[in-house]
Design a binder for this molecule. Structure first.
Ligand code: UDP
Ligand code: MN
Length: 410
């Protein structure tokens, strides 16, 4: 009897073990399929699972290590975080509630400034009183890069609760770029996100795509599911009101962008407070004929589309990105006073060749003057080139007359 019961028990338990193995095999099979599906649908989609693995190998990272510098990984589509700062260090030297009067002592004005500071001095890790704006800026090394970043950074300095993701189209972490980003005091992340060579070789290369994909990757990898995403190129012009307009985006908000194409504007067409169509001089059979700077997406809404991505397809980046998040016309909120105001401009910086400056004397001597530092700095940024044999001869002017640089050392 006892042995009969034992054998029934044995049969039952072996059946149970077989069932467990079956469940595991099934789960494993499906998990694998999901990965394959994910990769085949978007062959270049960042593989978040693989990234997670990489990160855990590097040692677990949490909010407290925010200011660490990270080692460089030179693989396309992998998340290369160069530098991060999660704390808001901004000082707003230009804010005063009212202009100081002659009776007002300077200390009172100082106190006014200090009263305003706490609204900005929050960390991105703490509970923000307002939704965070994740402002994604693709940028690339060229002689105008640092000038653009300074101009944009000084705009963003006025915007509270903003995290600036600066994704640089290069495979090295630019120290020069970081040096400038740090100075603004804005919470930021600097990524290195090179355009794959295969696209760079194209005549119509998809500019800024690898960068924006890397930023999407950072948002996902860091589990950011509240706040708002905005793509702001390094050469555009942003009016401060834009930020308060997009901050409370429910799903996707849209607004006009000035200086676009042959109509000089790209905008949704709004009737009775609803977006009913688009006004853009390059329809190109796009479902969403909008500019990259003409929309913002809430992160709650973005999180509903874990495979959302931006294709390496010049001219169709916005359209396909918005398709990939399953946007519907009725989901769009018109902003900027029912799209009657232009709060963002597609300005472009004229680029010109770096001039060569000819310095035939021993350059080290110039370090005794300010000129050594100034010229070296610009050379590092690619703003100019220095040569011993070619270019425009460097000369000095002293009391109206031109002298060779060697004049200072004779
Ligand atoms: N960009 C980039 N790599 C490039 C060219 C451009 O990352 O090789 C960035 C650039 O800094 C800008 C965005 O992509 O933020 C759009 O590029 P650009 O302003 O040249 O294009 P536009 O939209 O003005 O024609
Ligand atoms: Mn541009």
């Amino acid at each position: 009897m006892a042995s009969a019961r034992t054998s029934v028990f044995r049969r039952k338990s072996s059946g149970f073990i077989v069932l467990i193995i079956f469940v595991f095999v099934t789960l494993f099979f499906f998990y694998d399929k999901e990965e394959i599906k994910h990769e085949s649908e978007h062959p270049n989609a960042p593989n978040v699972a693989r990234l997670e693995l990489l990160r855990s190998k590097k040692g677990s990272r949490h909010k407290d290590d925010f200011e660490k510098e990270y080692p460089l990984l030179l693989v396309n589509e992998q998340l290369v975080i160069c530098f991060e700062n999660g704390t808001d260090y901004r000082k707003l030297p230009y804010i005063t509630e009212s202009p100081p009067t002659t009776e007002q002592d300077p200390l009172t004005t100082q106190r006014n400034i200090r009263r305003l500071l706490p609204t900005l001095h929050r960390t991105t890790t703490g509970d923000a009183a307002e939704p965070m704006i994740y402002f994604v800026t693709p940028t690339y090394p060229r002689r105008e890069q640092i000038a653009e970043i300074i101009r944009l950074g000084q705009t963003l300095m006025h915007v509270p609760y903003l995290h600036w993701i600066v994704a640089d189209d290069t495979d090295t972490c630019s120290q020069t770029l970081n040096h400038h980003l740090k100075k603004f005091g804005i919470p930021y992340t600097q990524l290195a996100s090179p355009m794959p060579e295969v696209y760079r070789a194209r005549k119509n290369a998809p500019r800024g795509v690898a960068n924006r994909r890397a930023a999407l990757n950072w948002i996902r990898t860091n589990g950011k599911k509240s706040g708002v995403l905005y793509f702001g190129d390094d050469d555009n012009t942003f009016e401060l009101k834009l930020f308060s307009e997009i901050r409370y985006t429910k799903k996707v908000s849209m607004f006009p962008v000035g200086l676009i194409g042959d109509y000089a504007v790209s905008t949704p067409i709004v009737r009775n407070g609803r977006v009913e169509g688009f006004f853009d001089s390059w329809p190109a059979k796009r479902k969403w004929p909008v500019d990259m700077a003409g929309f913002a997406v809430s992160l709650e809404y973005l999180a509903l589309s874990p495979n959302a991505t931006m294709p390496f397809r010049a001219g169709y980046e916005e359209d396909e990105f918005l398709k990939s998040i399953g946007l519907k016309l009725q989901d769009i909120e018109p902003k900027a006073n029912n799209c009657t105001e232009i709060l963002v401009w597609h300005t472009q910086t004229k680029s010109s060749k770096a001039p060569t400056v000819r310095i035939s004397m021993d350059r080290q001597k110039l370090d005794r003057l300010n000129l050594g530092t100034v010229l070296k700095q610009l050379e590092t940024m690619g703003v100019n080139r220095i040569s011993e044999t070619e270019g425009t001869t460097a000369q000095a002017i002293v009391e109206g007359s031109v002298k060779p640089l060697s004049y200072w050392f004779s």
